[in-house]
Design a protein around this ligand. Structure first.
Ligand code: ZN
Length: 271
């Protein structure tokens, strides 16, 4: 059998196993001390072949799955539980990176219909512009970023807004003073636009190689409450808020139950 078919058949089997694991309540019984932070980028039906983009239909399947089997909480609530040592059992926070306009116009209305709140991390100098970053230029995607008014409306509706640097550099390669300017500048601008201190921060790209120990120190010195990665894994009591593991929901998952299977069997371990 060709590799692609084999992989697709294996994923269908995993999705079926995931269905059993969640429908029988096994997940909740087995994973009492663990929280999950998931990462999306775009929700949009106009870009069906872009791996950063989920269709509205598939996104809503995940939202239903989260609502059914997890306690979906804003990231700020999950952080408070972590800071106070409260129980994390089956708690899940939804996050979005970069600040695409469709997060406000398409994803947020779906979340709100299901009574869920997310955290939106915005690249502050892109907000309100049509700037096309290199990863979209390669695919000839005309990018649209949310406006500050949309960010404020999301906040007023109960979502969290976090910073994601000023211009989305790879923090693993730029000099320390530039990294400090990018992280600090993004956080200061966000606070000024929203009129409150968010303190929520996610690394651009978010792989291990995109963050350095020096930058993690900078983030703490700048008064940020958390740093989110994107290399997989779950959150447990006692974890350092400045090194939080987060899992990307990619198009590799045929269904939320396959995601659930990988979660249950520990395959979402850090890469
Ligand atoms: Zn990003």
């Amino acid at each position: 059998m060709p590799n692609g078919l084999l992989s697709s058949a294996a994923r269908r089997v995993k999705a079926a196993a995931g269905w059993i694991i969640f429908r029988t309540g096994l997940y909740r019984r087995m994973r009492r001390d663990e929280a999950v932070i998931v990462l999306f980028h775009r929700v949009n039906d106009a870009l069906p072949n872009d791996p950063l983009t989920y269709t509205t239909n598939k996104f809503e399947q995940f939202v239903r799955f989260f609502g059914r089997y997890f306690e979906v909480v804003p990231l700020s609530v999950l952080l408070r539980r972590l800071e106070t040592g409260a129980e994390l059992a089956a708690c899940l926070a939804i996050t979005f990176d970069d600040g695409y306009r469709g997060n406000a116009t398409i994803a947020a209305p779906i979340l709100e219909r299901h009574g869920q709140a997310a955290c939106f991390f915005v690249t502050t100098q892109y907000v309100g512009t049509d700037y096309v970053p290199w990863w979209d230029a390669q695919k000839k995607i005309q990018t649209r970023w949310m406006t500050w008014d949309q960010a404020r409306t999301l906040r007023a509706a109960g979502h969290d807004i976090g910073s994601h640097t000023e211009t989305h550099p790879d923090l693993g390669v730029i000099p320390p003073d530039e990294a400090r300017r990018e992280i600090g500048g993004g956080s200061t601008r966000l606070d000024a636009e929203l009129g409150e201190h968010s303190g929520l921060f996610a690394y651009p790209f978010g792989g291990r190689k995109n963050m350095s120990a020096a930058n993690q120190v900078v983030v703490g010195e700048l008064g940020l409450r958390c740093c989110l990665s994107a290399y997989g894994g779950t959150v447990r009591t006692g974890d350092d808020p400045l090194r939080l593991k987060r899992t990307t929901i990619s198009d590799w998952y045929l269904s939320p139950y396959q995601f659930g299977f990988e979660l249950m069997t520990g395959r979402l371990k850090p890469e």
